[in-house]
Design a protein around this ligand. Sequence first.
Ligand code: HEC
Length: 392
Amino acid sequence: MLTLRRIDIPRSVLGAATGVFVLTCLVVQARPQAAAPPTAASQLVQTGTVDIAGKSGAELFRSHCSACHGLDGKGKDASVLGFDVPTPDFTDCQFAPREALADWVTVAHEGGPVRGFSRRMPSFGEALGEVGLTKIVTHIKTFCQATNWPNGELNLPKALHTEKAFPEDEWVWTTSFGRDPSSVATEFVYEKRFGPRNQIEVKLPFETARLGSSWVGGAGDLTLGFKRAFAHSLDRGMIAALGGEVILPTGDEAAGLSKGTPVFESFFSFGKLFAGDAFLQFQGGVELPFDTQKAEREGFWRVALGKTWMERGGIGRSWTPMVEVLAGRELEGGATTSWDIVPQMQVTLNTRQHVRFNLGWRTPLNDRRSRSSSLVMYFLWDWFDGGLRDGW
Ligand code: HEC
């Protein structure tokens, strides 16, 4: 007989959930707005010594940048330039749109080394100022003419649990340390983008837990995933994606490391950028096991709110404090929803900013007797932007 139990959710959780819901509605309702200004407290020189009045970005590019970058922006070989590095191809849509405008203005303002690039890329801050360079970089951004590549501004900092909407080329190594019983769970994720808006993903988890006086563990279920950003707009500061995953029962079922049946997951994820480099990310979805005798059907949703600060007025290391709220429940009458909160801090480790670290503390908001807190962290390497040892 089906009995419906009253779902016991603490008031604080209901309050948090209502707040997040209202905020999400506001975000979805928000009127189109220009993307956030690159750096609120910018230390970049605004206007340089060169008179840029009445000159277009294209003209300034021709006079100041084209000697090395080519009139057509296609870049030049290292041997032609007599450098040890070539100049990049700004017409390449694989590459140009994913770089945020503010980052390129910073590189041109301060010179290559500010983001771990060659000294051969000079600094133009004093000559052209932020205003002139913004004109030029806006022009450089038109070299890739396709508009279906989401802009790098929409590539929001990755939270520990909420899947991003932006398609990525990344390696992410996540480890969490649990208590009661002591456990260490590690997951390796490889993400590869293809085309303007698609991404495939492979995830492999490993888990060890303390059983009595010894540790047992092994590899868990392998996940294969696909994601597609179906809508994006820099003017509205938003990006949305749909994704699907198949979790294969490759892990050791007897050791509790496998669901024992294939599980299909489908999800929606959404990112919204606000003024001042603040953002909201949402992911909601369902997990549907092939054999419902072995695993339960589950629904989940996750929200991450955060804001990025950059040291030295936009040119230094970037820090992103975030807070995630996670909810999950079995899809059957009477099941309770489990709620967790995860305050965390992401920081860029190198000058190029493509190697990042995030550290957080996951605490259950309900069912505290049966669920315990854990320390969670990841190392992230955006391999498209350079090798692991590049740009320090
Ligand atoms: C003296 C040659 C030279 C001039 C002039 C020059 N650049 Fe560069 N630029 C380079 C080189 C070389 C690189 C590649 C650096 C590397 O890969 O380490 C580069 C890289 C860049 C990048 C980095 C792209 C990336 O990989 O993310 C940007 C942005 C850029 N240049 C903008 C400009 C702008 C804007 C101007 C004109 C105001 C300009 N450059 C003028 C040599 C030059």
